[in-house]
Design a protein around this ligand. Structure first.
Ligand SMILES: [Zn+2]
Length: 156
């Protein structure tokens, strides 16, 4: 049976962005142009905002640059949910600076991408991925990840 792809958090990303690809979704204040991610739908949180604007959904930049990164080699304590009978799979966390939005977004690196593959300033691209599959519920929980963009001119 095919699993239904369901975002792990509703409204934070789309698999059908402006160029048909994966994009994170934020909101932008029409009065001061500040962009929020995670999305802010209630009111603009910029203290210098003149006010009077509305918040509209906007796709964030598909690419950014590595601002910082680290990896998690140990199983976090409760309330983190994980199966203690399964071996712990280390994961890599990346903080990515989006120049156009003037913000830093956190996410996991794509599978197979470790800290040795990353460097501050490296260009990365956001992509969709499956966090986990729940066969019983028929659901694949989807999330976002970052993958290094091959340098221009590099052999692929
Ligand atoms: Zn504002």
């Amino acid at each position: 049976m095919a699993l239904t792809r369901t975002p792990v958090v509703a409204g934070w990303f789309t698999e059908d962005g402006p160029d048909g690809g994966f994009r994170l979704l934020g909101t932008r204040c029409s009065a001061c142009t500040t962009v929020f991610f995670p999305r802010e739908d209630a009111y603009c949180r910029n203290p210098h905002c003149p006010g009077g604007g509305g918040l509209a959904e906007v796709p964030l930049s598909a690419r950014g640059r590595v601002w910082s990164y680290t990896d998690g080699r140990y199983r976090p304590p409760a309330p983190y949910v994980s199966d203690p009978d399964e071996p712990w799979e280390p994961y890599t966390l990346v903080a990515v600076e989006l120049e156009a939005e003037a913000m830093v977004v956190l996410g996991q690196a794509a599978p197979g991408v470790g800290v040795a593959d990353l460097a501050v300033g490296m260009e990365v691209e956001v992509e969709g991925g499956v966090l986990n599959e729940d066969e019983d519920a028929g659901t694949a929980w989807t999330t976002w990840r970052f993958r290094p963009v091959p340098a221009a001119g590099a052999a692929s």
